[in-house]
Design a protein around this ligand. Structure first.
Ligand SMILES: Cc1cc2nc3c(=O)[nH]c(=O)nc-3n(C[C@H](O)[C@H](O)[C@H](O)COP(=O)(O)OP(=O)(O)OC[C@H]3O[C@@H](n4cnc5c(N)ncnc54)[C@H](O)[C@@H]3O)c2cc1C
Length: 432
């Protein structure tokens, strides 16, 4: 093993999970000169067809683009406004307009973003697919991962980028568990040209407009995203609400129900909610979604007291899960990689790197989780406003109340990166 005060050179890194955080961390480690970077991903094939839409705030994009973590070659769709609406028999089919909120975001297709990050990972990074990591551990001197067959591999650092049900987290802070927020979301997508089937067609809904349709106990967020084929778009929606009672009792352990695996009851529960609660045009939009492109995710909060222990580090959703109302999941994961890259450049040792990363991202993560809770409670919880009575002034005051107190809607602004560390004369790392 290398001495721990010599400046980090080379190094062997295992990244558990090859999704957004995994790709971003693997790239950051390779850019910093890690000698060996291995990504261990349990999924055998490509992940790109499984995701749907996500949004990135324009200011967060600009920071990450400047730092070389995102670029405008990744296809995205421009959004400018968010129309908050509610069903009202006297209003038109799009519902009563409560508020037009500026929305300086671009939307992404999850799979297009993932594919682009994957392609930008240097060839020196070894992706090992269909590799499920069954255990991880280590101490101040090194870390290991164990495969399903019990075989152990040793590394200088193991990064847990293995999502909200992280196995690496068990070794870093076993006491941290995702907490079910009390509601779920149905999600779906379909090609935008199908909007032509609706009365009024696609024209009544400008392409840059995101919608949030509010109702007691829930809401529906709808916006366009890039399609898998360049030049095409898809409609992406997320409908929040209470689950059928029987399912609600089983959600204490983190889970999700993928496309094609919804029971008829769960599918029709979501469809009924949309028909009864959304303004008719938006209920019609959801009605265009085939069953096999609809899935369900329970909503969880997860905060961790620490994101590093020994030579183990947590990244992305393994470290914190923020409710989707804050649209910060992908940004948070890529920002984690940015902080890791800076901490590496600045750190004189692995211990300093891990300390600095924990300091930089731990507090940010906890603030984001708190903001996600505030947004969820205010928007779909029992204290949500009376949508039939609230006006524009009420909406702006209500929003301001939610975002006061830290966090950052769409993710926090990055702090300035540290000055690059002076080159050290230390000998290169010896690998395990
Ligand atoms: C297939 C998929 C689709 C998604 N779709 C959306 C979406 O449409 N919209 C959205 O906002 N967010 C989506 N997300 C979540 C979003 O990517 C995250 O919130 C955010 O980008 C941070 O991701 P992450 O890389 O930390 O975790 P995740 O994206 O959850 O990735 C974790 C990865 O670790 C792998 N993994 C887990 N356990 C092990 C193990 N023991 N051994 C090896 N590998 C393991 C998983 O297969 C997965 O690829 C999706 C995630 C996935 C995996």
């Amino acid at each position: 093993m290398r001495g721990d005060t010599d400046g980090i050179r080379g190094g062997s890194i295992a990244v558990v999970g090859g999704s957004i955080a995994g790709c971003a961390f693997a790239r950051a480690a390779a850019r910093n000169g890690a000698e060996q970077v291995v990504v261990l991903e349990r999924t055998p094939g490509r992940l790109e067809d499984r995701g749907v839409g996500l949004c990135v705030h324009d200011d967060r994009f600009a920071e990450l683009a400047q730092a070389g973590h995102l670029d405008d070659g990744i296809r995205r769709h421009r959004l400018t406004e968010r129309h908050w609406v509610a069903r009202d028999g006297a209003a038109g089919p799009r519902g009563r307009l409560l508020w037009v909120q500026p929305m300086p975001f671009h939307s992404y297709h999850w799979g297009v973003l993932w594919q682009a990050l994957r392609e930008r990972t240097p060839d020196t990074v070894a992706f090992r697919l269909a590799e499920t990591v069954a255990g991880a551990g280590g101490d101040q001197a090194g870390a290991w991962v164990e495969g399903a067959d019990g075989r152990r591999e040793s590394y200088d650092l193991v990064i847990g980028a293995d999502g909200y049900r992280s196995m690496v987290r068990e070794a870093v802070c076993p006491e941290a568990r995702p907490e079910y927020a009390g509601y779920i979301c149905w999600r779906g997508s379909f090609p935008s040209e199908h909007l032509a089937e609706l009365p009024g067609g696609a024209g009544v809904w400008p392409e840059t407009e995101a919608i949030t349709a509010c109702f007691p106990g829930g809401q529906c967020v709808i916006y366009r995203i890039p399609g898998l084929t360049p030049g095409s778009t898809q409609v992406n929606w997320v409908l929040y609400g209470a689950p059928p009672a029987e399912l609600g009792r089983r959600l204490d352990n983190p889970t999700s129900i993928p496309p094609g695996e919804l029971t008829d009851e769960l599918l029709s529960h979501g469809r009924r909610l949309a028909e009864e609660q959304l303004p008719p045009y938006w209920a019609g939009v959801l009605g265009l979604t085939p069953a096999e492109r609809t899935f369900v995710q329970p909503i969880y909060d997860l905060e961790t007291p620490r994101r590093a222990a020994g030579r183990l580090l947590l990244a992305g959703d393994a470290a914190t899960v923020v409710r989707p109302h804050n649209t910060s999941g992908a940004v948070k994961a890529v920002q984690d990689a940015w902080a890791f890259e800076n901490a590496w450049r600045e750190g004189g040792s692995w211990a300093e790197l891990l300390d600095s990363y924990d300091r930089e991202r731990g507090q940010v993560g906890r603030e984001l989780v708190a903001l996600g809770r505030r947004l969820g409670t205010a928007q779909v919880g029992p204290h949500a406003p009376d949508w039939s009575a609230i006006d524009e002034a009420g909406m702006t005051a209500w929003w301001q109340h939610q975002v006061t107190g830290g966090g950052g809607f769409g993710g926090q602004a990055l702090s300035a990166p540290p000055a690059p560390r002076q080159a050290s004369s230390a000998a290169p790392v010896r690998h395990r």
